[in-house]
Design a protein around this ligand. Structure first.
Ligand code: NAI
Length: 423
């Protein structure tokens, strides 16, 4: 195993830091106030430079910070090494960690009894609840940054397994209208194109799922000249895609149509044997959902007469009938696990992690009132991050006048239309 290049890790952190002005402002504010003083915060996410800046900002807010990867393929060893050299920060992650190693990293964090968790896909929290009930019972709370994680937290809550307050950070406008749509849209396509070195213009692209991530991928692919078809299981999302001008149909049909596939559903086996049987020769298959379960690779392996790496990060499955199907990054997140991939653009993570941290500070300060369960992040917290972001962009907006404020809050006829109050 090569020794990680710590200087390169520092350079990556410097670059990210210098493009994350919202975090600079939070470091200034929280550095003075120290709202996380005395807390041990565990950060579980893709450990690359932007997450590094989140970790540094949590440390500046007074926390001792522990970290671990939220996905075995998405962390960067140079950044991990650079973070580990910083004071008050200790972490465990390695790109390409085996399943055993990955679990061991999580346990190392949990054995140090964190008092707060900033999680991605509820990976650390689920293990905490299962294996460390005493630490879970003392946990001040957690914040969850992705769709799959919020779903898991809600499942845990339904079974009465949550003894602490959790904020569904993913569900805030500042997170999912930007990170999921623009972040996943841009970074999935750019990394897919870099990894394959193929052209998008004119390609027949199939996007599975038209949720926040899927619509970002679909819209941006169309913007680059691709002919996009969408598959869905929710009739309203399917209608939305149709009315945005996308072709919509079942995967059985789309599989025949596609040259390039991107799954974004958060669900399993979205591409499976019956679809592989229909795909054209040389189709490229990738996933942008959190876990590498959306493409049934076992079925592909079963169908394949031969397999080989045709390019770094691309596995070619040669089927018995001679067709070749190419899977990118073994079905892991294409924007984080493909070779050379960097995840979301820096500016979008400046927003996402700012909401994650601002929500954490709010939760710590209001944990008694909140009580156990999954809660929505208060709108004021989200709005505050939006205002901060706009300020860093140098964009000013209007304020409601007093008359407008009264009008939008009114319901009595005489308040809405004073003329009508005349007899
Ligand atoms: P969402 O809930 O808004 O969208 C998912 C969509 O997939 C829904 O419209 C659902 O109806 C559809 N769907 C479910 N099963 C399907 C199937 N079998 N076939 C077709 N459509 C199906 O969720 P969102 O926010 O778009 O997230 C999707 C996944 O992406 C999650 O796993 C999330 O954690 C992950 N994610 C990945 C990011 C990345 O960096 N690559 C960033 C943010 C989220």
């Amino acid at each position: 195993m090569a020794t990680p290049d710590i200087e390169l890790g520092r350079k990556k952190l410097d670059w990210a830091r210098s493009h994350m002005p919202v975090h600079a402002e939070l470091r200034r504010l929280y550095g003075e106030r120290r709202p996380l003083e005395g807390m041990t915060v565990a950060v579980c996410s893709h450990i690359e430079a932007k997450t590094g800046v989140l970790i540094e900002t949590a440390a500046a807010a007074g926390a001792r910070v522990l970290f671990a990867g939220s996905e075995p393929m998405s962390s960067q060893d140079d950044v991990v090494a650079a973070l580990n050299a910083e004071e008050g920060i200790t972490g465990y992650a390695r790109r390409g960690a085996t399943e055993k190693e990955f679990k061991a990293f999580h346990r190392k964090v949990l054995e140090q009894r964190p008092s707060f968790v900033l999680d991605d896909a509820a990976e650390l929290t689920a293990r905490l609840v299962h294996e460390y009930p005493e630490t879970a019972a003392r946990l001040a709370g957690m914040c969850e940054q992705t769709t799959t994680g919020v779903q898991r937290m809600q499942a845990m809550a339904r079974e009465g397994r949550i003894t602490f307050p959790a904020y569904a950070v993913n569900d805030t406008p500042m997170k999912r209208l930007f990170d999921n749509v623009h972040g996943t849209g841009e970074s999935s396509l750019t990394n897919l194109l870099m990894c394959t070195n193929l052209l998008l213009a004119g390609k027949r692209v199939v996007v599975a799922g038209f949720g926040f991530c899927g619509r970002g991928v679909a819209r941006k692919a169309r913007g680059w000249g691709a002919r996009v078809m969408v598959t869905e299981v929710d009739p309203r999302k399917a209608l939305q895609a149709h009315m945005e001008g996308f072709e919509v149909g079942p995967m059985a049909e789309a599989a025949r149509h596609g040259e390039l596939f991107v799954t974004t559903t958060g669900n399993r086996d979205v591409l499976r044997r019956e679809h592989f049987e229909r795909m054209p020769d040389d189709a490229v298959i990738s996933n942008a959902g959190h876990f590498n379960v959306e493409i049934d690779r076992e079925a592909l392996e079963d169908m394949a007469a031969a397999m080989r790496e045709v390019r770094p990060g691309i596995t070619e499955y040669r089927l018995a009938d001679g067709r070749r199907l190419n899977v990118v990054a073994e079905g892991h997140l294409v924007n984080l696990a493909a070779p050379g991939s960097m995840g979301h653009p820096v500016e979008v993570m400046d927003q996402t992690f700012a909401v994650q941290l601002a929500a954490a500070v709010h939760l710590v300060e209001h944990r008694e009132e909140l009580g156990p369960g999954v809660h929505a992040v208060p709108d004021a917290v989200d709005r505050q991050v939006a205002e901060l972001k706009l300020r860093t962009l140098g964009i000013a907006i209007d304020d409601l006048t007093e008359g407008q404020r009264r009008y939008v809050e009114a319901w009595r006829i005489e308040d809405i239309n004073p003329d009508e109050s005349e007899p």
